[in-house]
Design a protein around this ligand. Structure first.
Ligand code: NAP
Length: 307
């Protein structure tokens, strides 16, 4: 059986594409990635998605989007795609032992937070180490927290974390922040925040039982190291688009984001569309992802009706 459309990814972009495609009677198959529902499932209150005056919890918003797509006939598969072949008119998506064929593919695989690649990083993830201040900040009341990074995300997270922490250290590898001037000024002026300039993190101390207890800081200029007690460490060093699956097939920019044509979601392969954070490193919002998911579904529908 050749499907009309397969959607890879189930964040706001993928699920909005699924709502539009299913309402257009295209019976989309949505293939979840490793984090069904996407990045919003790891957040708490979402206050900036229009339509929810009091805000809505991220996981609930994603459950609602999925239910809305299912209501119109979208099908879901909980088995990440392992390989794709996109160039032919009939595209194939392989999920381990199952192979699916479709006339169009909508890619909404999103982006993932970058990490430092330190030993114990994954053991301590959720046990003191986090990639999402909004999700986990409240667990660190009256504690000493480190935030790594020097961009807008790092500044935003450091400022947010002052609501909970007794002290926030922003650890940055250089001597000036990459963040916008206004964010940098707020961070530097904040009484609870100290910026540790020219500093990296060399080692994490602690285990699952104790949680993170301390880090070894490394001076990036002279290489000297010192231990610093800390129970919370937030990574805010940017995001990596989830595009490994498409290497060698779809056009990407230098950072691995999928390239789409002008104001459309069209990729370099006819019938293949990309939406959400996998092709947007600028806005990265749930609402912009949802908007581009809508565009992708409409463009897929137009592509199908033109064939
Ligand atoms: P970003 O601008 O790429 O900044 C990443 C930061 O992490 C940089 O300071 C970088 O250091 C540091 N970094 C990267 N790899 C590192 C490593 N291995 N070790 C130590 N430090 C490392 O990423 P972002 O802050 O996530 O922002 C992404 C985009 O979203 C930007 O365009 C930003 O303006 C936007 N954004 C806007 C807002 C807002 O306006 N409210 C909020 C968040 C994000 P270097 O500076 O040395 O390269």
């Amino acid at each position: 059986m050749t499907r009309e459309v397969i959607i890879l990814g189930s964040g706001p972009a993928g699920l909005t594409a699924a709502i539009y495609a299913s309402r257009a009677n295209l019976n989309p198959l949505v293939i979840h990635g490793p984090q069904p529902g996407g990045q919003l499932t790891t957040t708490t209150l979402v206050e900036n998605f229009p339509g929810f005056a009091q805000g809505i919890m991220g996981p609930e918003l994603m459950d609602q989007m999925r239910a809305q797509a299912e209501h119109f006939g979208a099908e879901f598969l909980q088995k990440p795609a392992t390989s794709v072949k996109l160039s032919a008119e009939r595209k194939t998506v392989v999920c381990d032992d199952q192979t699916f064929e479709a006339k169009t593919v909508i890619i909404a695989t999103g982006a993932s937070a970058k990490t430092l690649g330190l030993d114990r990083e994954w053991e301590l993830m959720g046990y003191g180490v986090s990639t999402c201040a909004t999700c986990d900040g409240a667990f660190f009341r009256n504690q000493i927290i480190l935030v790594v990074g020097g961009g807008d995300s790092a500044c935003e997270e450091a400022l947010f974390l002052t609501k909970f922490a007794s002290k926030v250290y922003l650890v940055h590898r250089r001597d000036s922040l990459r963040a916008s001037k206004i964010m940098a000024e707020r961070v530097i002026a904040h009484e609870k925040i100290t910026v540790l300039w020219n500093t990296g993190i060399a080692k994490l101390l602690g285990d699952k039982k104790s949680g993170l207890t301390a880090v070894i800081l490394k001076d990036t200029v002279n290489g000297s190291e010192k231990e610093m007690p800390a129970t919370g460490l937030f990574y805010a060093i940017g995001h990596q688009p989830n595009t490994d699956l498409f290497k060698g097939q779809l056009e990407m920019d230098n950072n691995g984001y999928l390239v789409t044509t002008g104001a459309s979601t069209k990729t370099n392969i006819p019938g293949v569309f990309a939406c959400g954070d996998v092709q947007d490193h600028v806005f990265r919002q749930a609402i912009t992802a949802a908007g581009s998911g809508c565009m992708a579904a409409i463009e897929a529908e137009r592509h199908l009706s033109g064939h």
